[in-house]
Design a protein around this ligand. Structure first.
Ligand SMILES: *[C@@H]1O[C@H](CO)[C@@H](O)[C@H](O)[C@H]1NC(C)=O
Ligand SMILES: *[C@@H]1O[C@H](CO)[C@@H](O)[C@H](O)[C@H]1NC(C)=O
Ligand SMILES: *[C@@H]1O[C@H](CO)[C@@H](O)[C@H](O)[C@H]1NC(C)=O
Ligand SMILES: *[C@@H]1O[C@H](CO)[C@@H](O)[C@H](O)[C@H]1NC(C)=O
Ligand SMILES: *[C@@H]1O[C@H](CO)[C@@H](O)[C@H](O)[C@H]1NC(C)=O
Ligand SMILES: *[C@@H]1O[C@H](CO)[C@@H](O)[C@H](O)[C@H]1NC(C)=O
Ligand SMILES: *[C@@H]1O[C@H](CO)[C@@H](O)[C@H](O)[C@H]1NC(C)=O
Ligand SMILES: *[C@@H]1O[C@H](CO)[C@@H](O)[C@H](O)[C@H]1NC(C)=O
Ligand SMILES: *[C@@H]1O[C@H](CO)[C@@H](O)[C@H](O)[C@H]1NC(C)=O
Ligand SMILES: *[C@@H]1O[C@H](CO)[C@@H](O)[C@H](O)[C@H]1NC(C)=O
Length: 330
């Protein structure tokens, strides 16, 4: 599916969504009748069985209790009694593997389990949660790939999987999530290129892919985003030129591209209303001169350009940036 979607990105998108919903709808009918409160009780019991905590922090998750809506970390729907809408289990010293039965909690909109010691893979069954808007599994010890099925969660807005041991590529389908606002995958072992479709969400706000082994260029669609405020791609193996559109953005505040293999020059383009505050390009292979218009980025606070191949003098205009706190052009 992803290969086909790659080729005909815009035209096949509705079809892909329709197909996914059909597949999803039929599986929902067969495994999770909508008003069976036992479904969620079973799934929570299943979770408890797989996630252990030395401190007994899931003690309120009593086996025999039907009042699971009052279990700590569990939030239920107001309209659909006994359907779980949120799991909030941050920093509970949980270890074990996330079991596939989490995919039976089909009313979930939010899963927040960062800063634990979860191991194993992210279950592909999370793709069954078509109401899911927020998934945060950052700072655990998860391995394996980011399941491509996550792109079936078509309402996804915030996806945080940073600081794990994930490998493989970033699924192309994640870029097509139309409400995606935050994508945080820093400090893993991800390879391959940045999805070409990333930037198609008009809500995209933060993309943090720092500390991985990504290759290839910054996709044009991402550079063109008119909502993006933070783009952090430092410490990868990215290459190509820095797209001029990034310096023309009226939204971008932080552009962090240090320690990559970007080449070419800083483009001679300027949006005089640029809100750019952090411009970090150090340790790349940029060349030519540092353009004097850099002094017109009046919001700049950090400017790190060192360890490149720039020629000529440091432009005098840099002295005129009032807010500048840190400057490195050596
Ligand atoms: C399904 O659940 C709803 C409330 O959640 C209830 O009103 C309805 O009677 C249930 N239907 C059946 C067939 O159990
Ligand atoms: C909890 O329930 C499971 C199966 O539903 C059972 O195997 C287990 O022994 C029960 N644990 C306790 C403490 O009752
Ligand atoms: C999901 O729930 C159904 C019944 O509602 C159950 O048969 C199935 O085993 C559950 N799936 C998992 C992965 O636990
Ligand atoms: C991950 O596992 C390593 C040992 O393999 C351990 O040192 C580290 O604390 C774990 N990190 C987390 C966040 O659980
Ligand atoms: C995920 O959880 C961590 C730890 O609480 C937090 O710092 C981070 O901002 C969360 N991610 C999102 C997208 O909210
Ligand atoms: C990248 O890794 C460094 C140290 O290895 C760490 O200090 C930094 O917080 C990481 N950046 C992100 C965005 O995770
Ligand atoms: C980038 O934006 C410009 C102007 O809004 C548009 O003409 C161009 O087609 C866009 N490029 C991409 C790759 O979206
Ligand atoms: C720069 O932005 C203007 C309007 O904001 C747009 O018309 C122009 O196409 C952009 N140029 C580039 C190279 O993105
Ligand atoms: C850096 O760029 C120069 C051309 O400007 C090129 O000759 C050289 O091979 C590049 N070095 C690396 C490590 O990419
Ligand atoms: C850029 O800044 C210089 C002074 O450093 C000023 O003379 C010039 O008019 C500015 N350009 C724009 C487009 O604002």
């Amino acid at each position: 599916m992803s290969t086909q979607a790659l080729g005909t990105l815009s035209s096949s998108l509705p079809l892909v969504l329709v197909l996914c919903s059909l597949v999803y709808a039929s599986s929902l009918d067969s495994i999770a009748p909508q008003n069976d409160s036992n479904t969620d009780l079973h799934a929570l019991r299943c979770l408890k069985l797989h996630l252990t905590t030395s401190a007994g922090l899931l003690a309120s998750w009593k086996n025999d209790s039907l009042q699971f809506c009052s279990w700590s970390g569990v939030t239920c729907s107001k309209r659909h009694a006994s359907r779980v809408t949120a799991l909030d289990l941050e920093s509970l010293d949980l270890d074990g593997q996330i079991p596939p039965c989490i995919g039976n909690l089909t009313f979930l909109t939010k899963i927040h389990i960062p800063n634990n010691q979860l191991t194993g893979q992210i279950p592909p069954e999370l793709g069954q949660l078509n109401r899911l808007r927020y998934l945060n599994l950052s700072t655990n010890n998860l391995t394996g790939v980011i399941p491509p099925s996550l792109s079936q969660c078509s309402d996804m807005q915030q996806l945080s999987l940073g600081h794990n041991k994930l490998s493989g590529g970033i699924p192309e389908g994640l870029g097509m999530l139309r409400n995606l606002a935050v994508l945080r995958l820093a400090t893993n072992s991800l390879t391959g290129s940045i999805p070409r479709s990333l930037g198609s969400s008009s809500s995209l706000h933060s993309v943090v892919l720092t500390n991985n082994s990504l290759t290839g260029p910054i996709p044009p669609l991402l550079a063109n985003s008119s909502s993006l405020q933070l783009l952090a791609l430092s410490n990868n193996h990215l290459s190509g030129e820095i797209p001029p559109a990034l310096f023309n953005s009226t939204s971008l505040q932080k552009l962090l591209l240090g320690t990559n293999s970007f080449a070419g020059s800083i483009p001679a383009l300027l949006n005089i209303d640029s809100p750019l505050q952090y411009l970090i390009l150090q340790s790349n292979n940029l060349s030519s001169t540092i353009p004097s218009f850099i002094g017109n980025f009046s919001s700049l606070r950090w400017l790190l350009l060192g360890d490149n191949n720039f020629e000529g003098n440091i432009p005098m205009s840099i002295d005129e940036i009032e807010n500048l706190e840190i400057l490195d052009i050596t």
